[in-house]
Write a protein that binds this ligand. Structure first.
Ligand code: GDP
Ligand code: IMO
Ligand code: MG
Length: 423
């Protein structure tokens, strides 16, 4: 394995955690380049289930260096909670490093996330409420507090007091809420910074050195292509760039450093949060997929909206990320459905649309054009090779490959890492 980027191709929760864990076993370094603890990656390893949010999945392997790079937003309190959960489970965390440039999520970001969602009323985005958007806003506005500032108490204190003053103006005057107290925040958060200081460094140098010396580096994607700030279903997106190009900016490496780009998709489609979703099913099939696939959010526990596989979305993901192959997960969830549908294009105002529209009002008008594929009734959760799959399941895989123009190299038939078929 050289440098591999692993990217979500739908609206997140595609089962990236499982695939990252499989690849991390062979990696020297795993790097998170974007997002924050809005991510929830489930890893089922050695009979234990881990729910990782901010910490790269490589942490479960003793020889793997783990990097939280400069493009990530870090909630120190949440990170320390996650590290404690890991150490309680016997996981060693000394190989973790956090970039000096990563921005820090502070209490006013959490507060403003909640207040702006409330103010949007029915038009709310359905964020995870983790302060992600407000923190990235400060970064773009050039008023954020970075890890470097955070671990230098004098700098942190000065910047925090100035920031809280400005944020309180908004909290009080725009939203009519109680102001925050900078001294109290400083007192609490300087304890966190004292613990985290030893992990903070310039990780872009570490990543570069690893790539240059031919080590196996895995860029662990969070969220998914349709949640990308630029190319996703704006404004129902996250505030970072979860596409492969975003990993270069986030990790601080050039595009030529990436050798392979593996996409992760479910054999159907889900999304949490608001926004248009052309293949969404409001019937018993959708309900069945949610029940059988246990489609409830890892971070917030919200029921995920479920629908048929959308090849228009996957073609977009192949194009935007430069995918070299795809892992199609949760094929087992579709067992027992007689007739499977795949959306191959949309119909909008009487015209056939082949490419995912840029605008969500246009997307909302799009009706899926489906093709039907025969299902299978067998339990496939024990299949080890492609040939173990029922004929119709094999046909489904080949059909999807043809529709999206990308090779399917891994097929998921259950949550455990051993429940994966390699082709
Ligand atoms: P991530 O955010 O992309 O890492 O995905 P999540 O962990 O949020 O959600 C994916 C869920 O699907 C988790 O509960 C996984 O354990 C589970 N999962 C992953 N792959 C498979 C699979 O092939 N079959 C089944 N049944 N579950 C899977
Ligand atoms: P993983 O890595 C699914 C969604 C939220 C909301 C939108 C904006 O587990 O795939 P935010 O809190 O980021 O401002 O919310 O993005 N969202 C995710 N949905 N999986 C995720 O991560 C997500 N991270 C954010 O539900 O719709
Ligand atoms: Mg998730």
């Amino acid at each position: 394995m050289a440098t591999v980027a692993l990217v979500g191709t739908q609206w997140g929760d595609e089962g990236k955690g499982k695939i990252i864990d499989i690849l991390a076993a062979k990696a020297d370094m795993v790097v998170r380049a974007q997002g924050g603890n809005n991510a929830g990656h489930t890893v089922v390893n050695g009979g234990k289930t881990y729910k990782l949010r901010l910490v790269p999945s490589g942490i479960l392997y003793e020889n793997c260096d783990c990097i939280i790079a400069g493009g990530v937003v870090v909630d120190p309190k949440a990170l320390l909670g996650e590290l404690k959960d890991l150490t309680d489970k016997g996981v060693k965390i000394d190989r973790l490093r956090i970039d000096e440039r990563a921005h820090v999520i502070l209490p006013y970001h959490l507060k403003l996330d909640a207040l702006s969602e409330k103010a949007r009323g029915k038009g709310d985005i359905g964020t995870t409420g983790r302060g992600i958007g407000p923190c990235y806003t400060d970064r773009a506005e050039r008023s954020g507090i970075r890890m470097y500032d955070f671990v230098h108490p004098e700098v942190f204190k000065a910047k925090l007091s100035e920031r809280v003053k400005v944020k309180n103006e908004i909290i009080v005057k725009v939203y009519g809420e109680e102001p925050l107290n900078a001294d109290e925040i400083f007192k609490e958060y300087s304890e966190y910074s004292a613990i985290l200081k030893k992990y903070v460094t310039d990780t872009s140098v570490l990543v570069y050195d690893a790539v240059k010396s031919g080590k196996s580096v895995l860029l662990e994607g969070a969220q998914g292509t349709l949640l990308d700030l630029g190319y996703g279903t704006y404004p129902y997106v996250t505030s970072s760039h979860p596409i492969s190009g975003g990993f270069c900016v986030g990790a601080g490496i050039g595009p030529t450093a990436i050798d392979e780009c593996i996409g992760v998709a479910k054999a159907y489609t889900t999304r949490v949060g608001k926004g248009p979703f052309p293949t969404e099913l409001d019937d018993e099939v959708g309900e069945r997929i949610r029940r059988v696939g246990a489609e409830f959010g890892t971070v917030t526990g919200r029921p995920r909206r479920c629908g048929w596989l959308d090849a228009v979305i996957l073609r977009l993901a192949v194009r935007l990320n430069g995918l070299t192959s795809l892992s199609l997960n949760k094929l087992d969830t579709l067992s027992g459905i007689d007739e499977l549908k795949v959306c191959v294009a949309y119909e909008c105002d009487g015209k056939r649309v082949e490419h995912f529209p840029a605008d969500i009002d246009e997307l909302a008008k799009c009706k899926p054009i489906y093709e039907s594929v025969k299902g299978w009734s067998e339990d496939i959760s024990g299949a080890k090779k492609f040939e173990d799959l029922p004929e119709n399941a094999q046909k489904y895989i080949k059909y999807v490959e043809k529709q999206i123009g990308c090779r399917i190299s891994i097929i998921g038939v259950g949550p455990d890492r051993t429940q994966s078929i390699y082709r």
